[in-house]
Ligand binder design. Structure first.
Ligand code: SF4
Ligand code: SF4
Length: 59
């Protein structure tokens, strides 16, 4: 699953624009991921300039 480190996120919105599923949403200073839509492709975690997104295995 995708873990958002909110204390690290700088709310730049870069991850929102690269997500192919539109699963990320940035409202003001709060980034959310919709687990129903996230396919765990990891693109957002690679693009985040601050390393605020981390892919973690579900187990
Ligand atoms: S892992 Fe992929 S599908 Fe999930 S939020 Fe990130 S970019 Fe979107
Ligand atoms: S790319 Fe990183 S810093 Fe920018 S909004 Fe997404 S999680 Fe936050």
């Amino acid at each position: 699953m995708l873990v958002i480190k909110r204390e690290v996120c700088g709310y730049c919105g870069a991850c929102v624009s690269v997500c192919p599923e539109g699963a990320l949403e940035l409202v003001d200073a709060y980034l959310t991921v919709d687990p129903e839509n996230c396919i765990e492709c990891g693109i957002c975690s690679k693009i985040c300039p601050l390393g605020a997104l981390e892919m973690k295995n579900a187990e």
